[in-house]
Design a protein around this ligand. Structure first.
Ligand code: PLP
Length: 394
């Protein structure tokens, strides 16, 4: 006998994957250069040269037993020390190696934290639009997702809109800034106000309410903005990070959970994260990747290409009459369906060989997400098709 829920989960491709697969088929039919695939958030900027050299150096290293062997469950101490040092240099947050638990990317980092908080009746708040896997992770961890509907006026964080959803069962709220799929970067004041509200509610309910800061896009910010480091604004913040996007290493599966000393019950939270990872069978994040980030965690991504892509796409689409959210970070443009439902519009777009996934799975019906981690050439070539597409609805 099998668990039907898991069978369904495995059998059902996400809408984004579905579209991506359709794109592969379509490319074979009409030529790759004639299909405009905005479906997937796979970094298009190569990893920095120094990172690639370090990967090659690690692979060729004589000490194969070391670089391909097990490390401590939480990661090699030298790696955790290097990353803690880098966090302190950038955010002055008092991080210690002992606060870091290395994971196979941000997804298992979030999952380990969720599992740690899954007491009976636990509720986890998420803000629409959200990374679709959150609902899967939250349910799989045994918690209940509580969705704050999207504020479609500005897609920003408004504490008064979150507050009614906080109950005695709230264990945490997931904050993803820079955001997938809106590209919004939350302001320091809004995050501080959120922390103040959670602190107050936590005191009233007699238990801490954590912010889970899911930050794989932390360094992908534009126009001179900086994504605030949330543990410096609210003590009960647990950070989930990965180098999947910032160093273009999604396939290396490397990230961490950072449990700051100042978080309530921090030692036990760290143990619970370690215990959850152990219970799920994924301790000791990929060792080669650990040693790569030991050397390269101070590197910043070259985001010029993403920056140019988002500007070109945003400016062209809005000039044709599309309504889009101006992305301040990450590598997505959120677009309102100009006619029909988002699903209908996505289907219509296929006739123009444009692949854009609808945002129903992101909890945001009526919108679509365009990934801008694509070639600039493809964006330029797609523009006449976007123009014709919106005109077809007039
Ligand atoms: N969180 C968000 C918001 C994401 O967009 C993604 C990937 O797209 C992840 C987590 C998963 O990241 P990783 O590949 O590091 O597990």
């Amino acid at each position: 006998m099998l668990v039907n829920e898991m069978v369904q989960l495995g059998a059902k491709r996400s809408g984004i994957r579905e579209l991506f697969e359709y794109g592969l088929k379509r490319k074979a039919e009409v030529g790759a250069e004639n299909v405009f695939d905005f479906s997937i958030g796979n970094p298009s900027v190569p990893a920095p040269e120094a990172v690639r050299e370090e990967i090659a150096r690690q692979a060729a290293r004589e000490d194969s037993v070391k670089v391909h062997g097990y490390t401590s469950a939480a990661g090699a101490m030298s790696v955790r020390e290097a990353v803690a040092k880098n966090l302190n240099e950038r955010f002055h947050c008092g991080a210690r190696a002992q606060n870091l638990f290395f994971t196979c990317g941000a997804a298992p980092a979030v999952m380990s934290v969720l599992k740690s908080l899954s007491v009976p009746d636990a509720e986890i708040i998420i803000l629409a639009p959200y990374f679709p896997e959150y609902t899967t992770f939250i349910r799989a961890a045994g918690c209940k997702p509580v969705v704050v509907p999207a504020n479609t006026k500005d897609f920003d964080l408004h504490v008064d809109e979150v507050e009614p959803y906080v109950t005695a069962h709230t264990q945490a709220i997931i904050i993803n800034s820079p955001n997938n799929p809106t590209g919004i970067v939350y302001h320091e004041e809004a995050l501080r106000a959120l922390g103040d509200m959670l602190r107050e509610k936590g005191e009233a309910f007699g238990h801490p309410i954590y912010i889970i800061a899911d930050e794989p896009y932390r360094e992908l910010v534009y126009d001179g903005r900086v994504a605030p480091f949330i543990p410096n604004l609210y003590e009960n913040t647990i950070v989930c990070y990965s180098w999947s996007k910032s160093l273009s290493l999604p396939g290396e599966r490397i990230g961490y959970v950072y449990v700051p000393d100042q978080a309530a019950d921090s030692v036990d939270v760290f143990y619970a994260v370690a215990g959850s990872a152990r219970a799920m069978g994924h301790v000791c994040a990929p060792t080669t990747a650990q040693y790569v980030v030991e050397k390269c965690c101070g590197m910043m991504p070259d985001i010029a290409a993403y920056d140019e892509n988002r500007k070109t796409l945003y400016e062209a689409l809005t000039s044709y009459g599309y309504t889009c959210v101006y992305p301040q970070g990450a590598f997505y443009v959120l677009m309102k369906a100009p006619f029909g439902t988002a699903l209908e519009f996505s289907e219509k777009a296929k006739e123009y060989n444009i692949l854009v996934p609808p945002c129903e799975p992101f909890g945001c019906p009526g919108y679509l997400r365009l990934s801008t981690c694509v070639s600039h050439e493809m964006i330029l070539k797609s523009l006449p098709a976007f123009k014709a597409l919106i005109e077809s609805g007039k």
